[in-house]
Write a protein that binds this ligand. Structure first.
Ligand SMILES: [Zn+2]
Length: 143
């Protein structure tokens, strides 16, 4: 069952930029560092311009897998009405295992700018401790 991060905290407290860079390093030999680095920086811009929305996730069940599966929406840069759906698989240790995207550039595993925009959004959510905000509001406003 998928949960919105607005209804349940995503507890990957040690996720940080290093995990994004470790994931990107998988592609450096196959594609050349430049294209991956460019996608990381384009992704950061898409995230900064608020192109990422509706983050939801399924939790690890610790029987079949130890991974969170996190998905969301990223608006296309040029075509405003087009939305792509990146999905990332992150272990409870915060290691990014794999990613996919519905855009034309998104193979499996994907390293397109939408995947990196999405990883930046997750990083921001963790860095700002937004997972604590939900419990705070719940305890104060009984929602
Ligand atoms: Zn993509």
């Amino acid at each position: 069952m998928a949960h919105s991060i607005g209804s349940k905290p995503l507890l990957l407290k040690n996720f940080n930029l290093h995990e994004i860079l470790n994931y990107s390093a998988k592609f450096s030999s196959a594609t050349g560092n430049r294209s991956v680095a460019a996608n990381i920086s384009k992704g950061l811009k898409l995230f900064g311009d608020k192109f990422v929305s509706k983050i939801s996730f399924t939790e690890p069940d610790f029987l079949r897998n130890d991974d969170f599966f996190i998905q969301g929406f990223v608006k296309a840069e040029m075509k405003k009405k087009v939305t792509y759906k990146p999905s990332v698989q992150i272990r409870t240790t915060c290691q990014v295992i794999s990613a996919t995207c519905t855009c034309p550039a998104g193979g499996t595993p994907a390293f397109c700018k939408h995947v990196f925009a999405f990883l930046h959004a997750i990083n921001d959510y963790i860095a700002k401790k937004l997972y604590e905000a939900l419990n705070f509001f719940r305890s104060h406003f009984f929602i």
